[in-house]
Design a protein around this ligand. Structure first.
Ligand code: ACO
Length: 198
């Protein structure tokens, strides 16, 4: 785990930008080619997703990955992959991932008021050990917020680690998480504003 995720194939041929977004097709944006090329790209993308999913699970102390190519194929999730194009002698290396998706949830605010909502959720987030705390997580997270046109406090977070809670506090001033029974966490700004009645 001393270096970022490297593969035998050239990542720069697969990824046209340092952050790529993939969904259930496992096809990176900008792909062109025939059926065989498509199959090849999907097979490489599966290897990448499985490898980074496993590394993320390991980093979070989970017994099995929550992100796999198979699960992504059968989902409406968005997976953002971050890569360093210059690593591995110019073949590139994958340095992080962030997975989001919409979930139907039942959440409680601090006063015990409950809401049935379908928020966008942060489901899996990982930066390679060799690159953590260098600002890459923030870069990837900001990209996602832009793409999804959302404020961080409007997202629900599935089982956040202490590192991620620290990350949200540091970069977005989000403190005092409201922990839910379903292991999700939200912040006060998540709930619709209610007017105080005197
Ligand atoms: N200990 C405590 N806080 C940390 C740590 C750490 N080891 N690493 C990052 N942070 C927090 C701190 O607030 C830190 O600021 P500081 O260095 O001034 O204290 C801040 O994140 C740094 O910001 P970035 O450099 O942009 O963050 P990074 O690139 O490290 O990405 C991430 C953050 C994704 C949480 C990364 O540290 C990581 O992959 N950790 C291991 C896996 C993990 O915990 N993932 C989140 C699981 S929860 C979920 O996925 C829904």
């Amino acid at each position: 785990l001393s270096r970022a995720m490297e593969f035998r194939f050239d990542l720069n041929e697969l990824f046209k930008q340092p952050i790529v977004e993939v969904g259930n097709t496992l096809i990176p944006p900008g792909f062109t080619g025939d059926k065989r090329a498509l199959w090849d790209v999907q097979s490489k993308m599966s290897q990448i997703v499985n490898a980074i999913g496993e590394a993320s699970a390991h980093a979070q102390g989970l017994s099995k990955p929550i992100t796999t190519a198979d699960r992504l194929r059968n989902s409406e999730y968005k997976l953002y992959l971050l890569m360093d194009p210059t690593a591995n002698n110019g073949k590139g290396a994958v340095t992080g991932m962030l997975k989001t998706g919409t979930k139907g949830l039942y959440v409680f605010d601090r006063n015990g008021q409950h809401y049935q909502v379908s928020p966008q959720c942060v489901l899996d987030f990982y930066i390679h050990e060799s690159r953590q705390r260098t600002g890459l997580g923030r870069r990837l997270f900001e990209h996602m917020l832009q793409r999804q046109q959302i404020e961080p406090e409007k997202m629900a977070i599935d089982r956040p680690s202490d590192k991620f809670l620290g990350f949200l506090s540091k970069h977005y001033g989000l403190n005092a998480p409201v922990k839910q029974m379903n292991n999700y966490v939200v912040y006060d700004g998540f709930f619709p504003k209610t007017h105080e009645t005197p």
